[in-house]
Design a protein around this ligand. Structure first.
Ligand SMILES: Nc1ncnc2c1ncn2[C@@H]1O[C@H](COP(=O)(O)OP(=O)(O)OP(=O)(O)O)[C@@H](O)[C@H]1O
Ligand SMILES: [Mg+2]
Length: 174
């Protein structure tokens, strides 16, 4: 298990880049009220056929050629963490049609690792693959924001909704 979920996200995002994706969408939903943390990483890379998908899900499996001995832990670790924290883990993939990995966990579960440094993860993915659009879509009970590494070259990350504190401050000021 990684100490921080952002390291799992980095690993799964690197899988997408290795699979030739041009767009990698990372969605994070921190819903404290409903007690869920949901992480989804979706790509438009080469995808996996059914046989590969079954192997990925049943045991540590890797097609990496960059290591002397591939370990194939990224998906297995995230699956273990979500199941240990009262959630579920799903992968959908089709050859030529990309891959979507969704992990949920109970927000308040005592073993749930912290999200960690998400900004550094997104920056690391963006700089690992400058032509690839790394997108972050973050939602919490307080608000939401989106980031795109391609748009981010021109704009700061934009908030789509005011946080409750911002809204309260605005109405107090009015
Ligand atoms: N998004 C993806 N698109 C296509 N194939 C994928 C994707 N994610 C994983 N795979 C396949 O599943 C295998 C296992 O992935 P996993 O992250 O578990 O291990 P790894 O990346 O091979 O090694 P590690 O993460 O331990 O460095 C990969 O080697 C690759 O063949
Ligand atoms: Mg991996």
């Amino acid at each position: 298990m990684f100490d921080e979920l952002s390291l799992n996200i980095l690993d799964i995002g690197m899988n997408s880049i290795a699979a030739g994706a041009t767009v990698v969408q990372v969605t994070i939903i921190e819903d404290k009220k409903a007690d869920w943390l949901i992480i989804r990483i979706r790509d438009n890379g080469r995808g996996m056929d059914d046989k590969t998908l079954r192997r990925v899900l049943t045991k540590n499996f890797s097609t990496k050629v960059t290591r002397k001995k591939p370990i194939g832990l990224g998906l297995a670790l995230l699956r273990q963490t979500s199941e240990m924290c009262g959630g579920t883990f799903h992968i959908r993939s089709r050859p030529g049609d990309g891959t979507s990995v969704t992990a949920s966990m109970r927000f308040s579960h005592v073993d749930r690792p912290p999200l960690g440094d998400l900004n550094t993860t997104i920056l690391a993915l963006s700089s690992a693959s400058s032509p690839v659009d790394i997108q972050l879509d973050y939602h919490s009970n307080d608000g939401a924001f989106q980031f795109s590494s391609q748009e981010g070259k021109r704009h700061e990350p934009r908030r789509t909704q005011k946080t409750q504190r911002e809204s309260a401050a605005t109405s107090r000021a009015a």
